[in-house]
Design a protein. Sequence first.
Length: 295
Amino acid sequence: MVEFYRSRELASPWVVRVCGPSIRWGWPLFKIESVMEQRPLGRSGLEVPVVGMGTWRTFDTAENRGPLVEAAISAGITLFDSSPMYGRAERVLEAALGGRREQVQVATKVWTESADEGRRQAENALRLFGHVDIYQVHNLLNWKAQLKLLETLRDTGQVSVIGATHYQVSAFPELMEVMRTGRIGMIQIPYNPLSQQAAMSVLPLAEELGLGVLVMSPLQGGMMQARPEPEDLRSLGVRTWPQAVLKWIAGDPRVSCVLTATHLESHARDNAEAGRPPWFDREQRSLVERIASGR
């Protein structure tokens, strides 16, 4: 059963409650019990969970990530982001999904200056996943040529939404140039309480243009050095500091999805809890910022 309702704490996004058994041919049954807010990916027509999962480092492994993926899906994390840059991650993700590919959205990237290599990377991703929901130009590498490739794949129905990413604030001016071309439907950027530069320029432009926003590496950049007091976490309505950070990011309505990363099933479930309303009010957001900065 899938039940939609509007959160009383929010003026807009829909919340999805998924419960009961999930049946997929060729894969064991497992139960989905989660409440995860779903948001529009800009004006693309896609709806995405507000908390997703990245695969950098954690999926570049010889280990079976099937149990981790199952735990994530069960908790409502149904968007997985990868890249050829991440070594074995695309292949490991495909194997971990098994018969559950239709339950999730896959985002990946073209990561090369070479147009020929870009085509080979796209062929490999489509062979692995059949269809790519979100295809991005990784770190804006040769974006003019690579966008032509992704536009062709989108126009032929092999890709749903195309976009661009960059991990450096110094690249924001070039990213904004790409955003203004009207050729992409989403972006992926860094954004957390210690790295708020995106809020001054990129996020307002994304809102103006109707672009979806994925947030990468939410717990990096010194975030995990913070030492909140137990009473601080209680006042925020969370159990862990990572949940507080994720809720701070997800509480910005311009953000479509925050990408978490872990190799632990328990952490995946904890991260998913951050995708549930209510979101922080202004005082709570200020508290998270003070804790993060050590004030």
